[in-house]
Ligand binder design. Structure first.
Ligand code: APR
Length: 320
């Protein structure tokens, strides 16, 4: 069986890490694309030269032309500009919106059957714009945010409780930003919900609130430390989990920015919710009942995403 072709649109920090992980996991052949000349070619060659040492078989190419996307099974989009200290994800909006229009046109022309994962920020608005610009079915275009936000939450919780990250599950809803909604009662250690762990004396409510807060600001914490860019190892690993679930039809339940058409009371918007990802793309939106403070927080987050989408509509009315 021929290997699947995975196209990475954007070959910067996340793109390079994605390319390496795809090789290490033998998920397919890799095409790295970027507007910067030489960068995708150089990274592709460098990673290919590591394959004999690590013992993986994958073909790597670098390209500056969209033709290279031809027949890709998966496209992962990181093209655009990352955050600098003091910049919010929203500041990136107008720059990256233009990039999504170009990338969407390229995917439409050369890879219309692909499963597309958008990582470019501000995520929920960019994935919305990318779907519009590419015209691909909604279930084939998703945004990576929830897996990353959940992973950050899981890591902080595992560290707090001194248990394996494998035994911590987390549930994060809403937009990828300061308004995201980590759902404490659906987050567990080996099936024990966090509120029960507070009652059991494993941690205090105040500590838990701090961890939730740190999760919400997880991206900014790294931007402030790095000073020259934003996180890339964990974002890349998260997108790979989504790509793998699609390519291997694993049907994993992964929090993703997915198109909502009435679910959670939201229409024509991409917002972070749990979805089943399999060979058909987004095969199901998992709709849980939200009440009280969780509903309020979710609605606030949806409002923030709506604000960004409205800003996109103003800048690029042709996208509609
Ligand atoms: N077409 C293709 N590639 C582009 C374009 C474009 N129009 N504009 C910029 N790029 C490329 C840049 O040349 C660069 O190599 O996108 C790449 C982005 O890489 P980095 O600057 O290293 O950014 P990275 O850390 O990978 O993050 C990418 O993901 O998490 C988000 O906020 C982050 O929006 C950012 C994106």
């Amino acid at each position: 069986m021929a290997r699947d072709k995975i196209a990475l649109i954007g070959s910067g920090q996340i793109g390079g890490t994605l390319a390496h992980l795809i090789g290490l996991k033998e998920l397919g052949d890799v095409v790295m694309f970027d507007i910067a000349e030489g960068v995708p070619q150089g990274k592709a060659l460098d990673i290919a030269q590591s394959s004999p040492v690590d013992g993986f078989d994958a073909h790597y190419t670098g390209a500056n032309s969209y033709e290279a996307l031809d027949n890709a099974k998966v496209c992962i989009v990181t093209a655009g500009v990352p955050r600098k200290p003091g910049m919010s994800r929203d500041d990136l909006l107008s720059i990256n919106l233009k990039v999504m229009e170009q990338v969407g046109a390229g995917i439409k022309k050369y890879a219309p059957d692909a499963f597309v994962i958008c990582i470019t920020n501000p995520l929920d608005a960019m994935v919305w714009a990318l779907q519009k610009a590419s015209g691909l079915p909604h279930k084939k275009v998703v945004g990576m945010a929830g897996v990353l936000d959940s992973s950050r939450f899981r890591y902080f919780l595992a560290d707090e409780f001194n248990v394996s990250v494998e035994d911590v599950t987390a549930f994060v809803l809403g937009g990828h930003g300061d308004t995201m909604v980590p759902l404490v009662k659906y987050s567990t250690v080996a099936g024990i919900p966090l509120p029960d762990l507070v009652k059991m004396g494993w941690t205090s409510q105040a500590r838990l609130d701090e961890i939730v807060d740190r999760t919400r600001n997880g991206g900014a914490e790294i931007v402030n430390l790095l000073k020259t860019g934003s996180a890339f190892y964990a974002p890349a690993a998260s997108a790979i989990a989504m790509a793998e679930s699609y390519l291997r039809d694993k049907k994993r339940v992964l929090a993703s920015a997915a198109y909502l058409n009435g679910e959670y009371g939201v229409k024509d918007m991409y917002v972070g919710v749990p979805v089943v990802i399999g060979a058909k793309g987004v095969e199901r939106v998992v709709e849980i009942e939200l009440t009280g403070k969780d509903r309020e927080a979710f609605d606030k987050s949806v409002g923030a995403v709506q604000g960004l989408v409205d800003a996109c509509k103003k800048i690029a009315p042709d996208l509609l």
